[in-house]
Design a protein around this ligand. Structure first.
Ligand code: AHR
Length: 497
């Protein structure tokens, strides 16, 4: 088969906000305790954080990390995680015991170590305006007030200066501690936002959208929440997880089309409210939870409650999952004019690209690689792709292009980076990329993730799913041709002359 992508240097979608390569660390399962934090581990630093995990997180290139939840935040009292006394609490969201050994100071320290900004969520489930404004004052006020002095007393002379804040989490969900109606949440989020911006008007705020697309209140939830919050917030959140429960790979790999439809739907709602309010302001999207999540569902039902750091949501990802993650990343890039934040949920052990063994190894799951390549190389301006690809139909979608692709122009390095997935199970695709307005000099790298059984996984001792170099390309002035192997994720980096 043949396919072609045409881009033009002048026809751009948007510059990439590097926060779309965000991730998520929740007090859940072994994400923190036994994941990033394990004081007894041979590589633990003086504060108990694993150096081997830090190194892989840095390699992955995530620059923005949402914390501390998730469902956890809706029952969390942040004051339990500061100072010398750290009470053990029943953690109701995941039915675990929370030791509070790691709190804000420890997390901010760790985020600095891995070169990431913190995206902090406040509890709008069991708490409200007062707790959120106190937390913000604690984190961002320079000093001379009760909360900022307390931060200094607890060891941080300089403010944490956290710039992006989430107003609660999935507040529409029946599972959420302190679930609210759209009216209740909209009012609370607006008042919390107003007060938080009085404390620090340099912050940006994310209001909760629906927990997922199939929520019966989807769209009306967004509209009502924005009626109340539009002038106070900067982003609306989207959450979405995918799975191949039906073992139908053709439909599975097309699920990025669902993500695209979801994003476009939420943009339409934001713009409806913008028009209704005759507002000059454009609202942006924070896709602050996305991933594959289904492998661990049955296992999790067997967990006994009230354990410390139980092994929850430990999905072991396979090769087909990495291809879908690649398609989802391309979809986020194609929507970079409105999606300014996106967080792969989550980072370590819990539906994560990175796995650890207590006292032992750390390793990269299959899904690590597309993310790592986008986060490290997908910087610059996204070019508007016109793709001419053969298509297939499947149970869940009609007209699915075999090739999913996008190109990013890194002006600083004068490189064009192309990400592409071939969804065909059995056919190579001869892929032509016409890069109008460029004078290409060379292909710096062409790497491919391909040639595995779709159910192949990586383990701590055997990690066959990783990118390999390919020489299957030709280059001519402003045109590159490359062979995309069946079922493959590809990254092509070329230098402009
Ligand atoms: O990421 C796991 C959970 O999924 C989060 O805690 C919650 O926000 C979502 O339902």
């Amino acid at each position: 088969m043949k396919a072609k992508m045409t881009v033009n240097k002048s026809f751009t979608i948007s510059s990439v906000d590097l926060r779309i390569y965000g991730s998520f660390v929740e007090h859940l399962g072994r994400c923190i305790y036994g994941g990033i934090y394990e004081p007894s581990h041979p590589t633990a630093d003086a504060k108990g954080f694993r150096e081997d995990v830090k190194a892989i997180v840095k390699e992955m290139g995530t620059s923005f990390i949402r914390y501390p939840g998730g469902n956890f935040v809706s029952g969390y009292d942040w004051e339990n995680g500061i100072g010398d006394s750290r009470p053990k609490r029943l953690e109701l969201a995941w039915k675990s015991i929370e030791t509070n050994e790691v709190g804000i100071h420890e997390f901010v320290y760790w985020a600095n170590e891995v070169n990431a900004q913190v995206n902090m969520a406040v509890n709008l489930g069991t708490k409200g305006v007062e707790s959120a404004r106190n937390l913000l004052e604690y984190c961002n006020h320079p000093g001379g007030t009760y909360w900022s002095d307390l931060r200094q007393k607890n060891g941080a002379m300089l403010p944490f200066n956290i710039k992006t804040w989430c107003l609660g989490n999935e507040m529409d969900g029946p599972w959420q501690i302190g679930q609210k109606t759209a009216e209740e949440y909209g009012r609370l989020a607006a008042e919390t936002a107003k007060v938080m911006k009085l404390v620090d008007d340099s912050i940006e705020l994310v209001a909760c959208g629906s927990s997922y697309y199939e929520m019966p209140t989807f769209a009306s939830w967004e509209a009502t929440v924005l009626e109340h919050t539009y002038e106070y917030v900067d982003y609306l959140s989207l959450h979405r997880y995918y799975g191949n429960q039906k073992n139908d790979i053709k439909s599975y790999l097309a699920k990025s089309m669902d993500m695209d439809r979801f994003i476009k739907g939420v943009i339409a709602i934001c713009d409806y409210i913008k028009a209704k309010k005759r507002s000059e302001k454009t609202l942006y999207l924070s896709f602050d939870e996305w991933n594959v999540w289904y492998h661990s569902h049955e296992q999790d039902k067997k967990q006994e409650p009230w354990q410390q750091a139980p092994p929850l949501l430990e999905d072991i990802y396979n090769f087909e999952d990495s291809l879908l993650v690649g398609c989802l990343l391309i979809t986020l890039l194609k929507n970079s004019d409105r999606v300014k934040i996106a967080c792969l949920a989550q980072l370590v052990n819990v539906i994560a690209p990175i796995m650890t063994e207590s006292g032992g190894e750390v390793w990269r799951q299959t899904t690590f690689y597309p993310f790592m390549q986008c986060a490290n190389y997908g910087h610059g301006v996204v070019l508007n792709p016109v793709i001419d690809s053969p298509e297939y139909s499947c149970e869940e979608f009609a007209a699915v292009p075999y090739v999913e692709s996008v190109a990013v122009h890194n002006e600083e390095k004068d490189e064009v980076i192309i990400f592409a997935v071939n969804r065909s199970l059995d056919e190579e695709i001869d892929f032509t990329m016409e890069l109008q307005g460029f004078h290409l000099d060379s292909v710096i790298a062409f790497s491919e993730l391909c040639g595995h059984d779709v159910k192949q996984t990586n383990t701590k001792t055997n990690a066959p799913v990783k990118p390999i170099e390919s020489r299957n390309f030709s280059i001519d002035e402003n045109q590159i041709s490359a062979i995309l192997k069946p079922l493959s994720w590809n990254m092509i980096r070329c230098k402009n002359a």
